[in-house]
Design a binder for this molecule. Structure first.
Ligand SMILES: O=C(O)CCC(=O)C(=O)O
Length: 275
């Protein structure tokens, strides 16, 4: 097994891997604020409250988010929701999270195949098909970052017009997925959570084709959506149990200066409902 801080190898065997994210570019320290204190700092610098997430936080960068697109009832795509600085900041955080005790794992599936996507879990450890409080080595799972809870609630508000209600189970788990050029994710449902709370998905790096289907079958009808760096996708309500997957990424399409030389990151933020 490759150590959590090893560089990503040039080729992979079919073993389960624990690796860190590729690091070909020097990382730029993100300055986007995510905490309340940082938000206040940003507002003092002239940023509007609403542009912290979308615009990049007081850096006078233009807001470029497009209008929300409803892909299916309960499923909303918000292109360009994260500004460039926010994306850089999240990439750096993902790299730090991937260096945690769990590293990035390519899970072995029950039928023996190994996922091509590598994954870091925060809050709860996910493996096919269950959550647990400990990593495979018995260590505690790294905590769920507060910033991701705030992003998830903001994302739901942006998609549906209001954040989750006060009685809604809290966001408490995030899966950080890394796709190299050949990685994909088959059609599946997110069904290991015990709470009917929207899934919030953030894309960074290379664009991909995100296939969003129906709740009955992996097959058609589905819609192929192009998810680019900075895009938000939220699915809940009637779409919460829709099959979805990533049939391909588009290598080389990451915005320059992101701090991720190659590949695609996806952060899905969920409420486990496991207390
Ligand atoms: O990478 C994506 O956009 C989708 C990830 C996903 O489907 C999952 O983590 O369950």
């Amino acid at each position: 097994m490759i150590g959590p801080t090893s560089p990503v190898p040039l080729s992979f065997s079919t073993r389960l891997h624990r690796t860190a994210m590729p690091e070909r570019c020097p990382m730029r320290r993100g300055v986007v604020g995510w905490t309340r204190a940082d938000l206040e700092h940003h507002q003092r610098r002239g940023g509007a409250p609403g542009d912290v997430v979308r615009g990049g936080g007081g850096l006078n960068e233009p807001l470029f988010g497009a209008e929300p697109v409803t892909v299916a009832p309960g499923a909303v795509h918000l292109p360009g929701w994260l500004g460039a600085e926010a994306q850089r900041d999240l990439v750096e955080r993902c790299r730090e999270w991937s260096r945690g005790p769990g590293g990035m794992i390519r899970h072995r599936m029950p039928r023996g195949g190994v996922m091509s996507v590598r994954m870091t879990a925060l809050g709860w450890f996910w493996e096919p098909y269950r959550y647990s409080r400990t990593l495979p080595g018995g260590e505690p799972v790294p905590p769920f970052p507060r910033v991701l809870g705030e992003l998830a609630r903001d994302g739901v508000a942006a998609a549906f017009g209001a954040p989750p209600g006060p009685d809604t189970p809290p966001y408490d788990v995030a899966l950080v997925n890394f796709y190299d050029a050949g990685a994909r994710m088959g059609m599946h449902q997110d069904r290991d959570e015990q709470a009917d709370v929207p899934v919030v998905s953030l894309s960074l790096g290379d664009a991909c084709v995100f296939r969003f289907g129906n709740t009955r079958t992996r097959a058609r009808p589905y819609t192929d959506v192009e998810l680019a760096s900075g895009d938000l996708f939220v699915f809940g309500g009637p779409a919460r149990m829709a099959y979805h997957g990533v049939p391909r990424t588009r290598p080389g399409t990451a915005p320059p200066g992101l701090g991720l030389a190659e590949g695609r990151l996806n952060i899905t933020i969920r409420a486990s409902g496991l207390g």
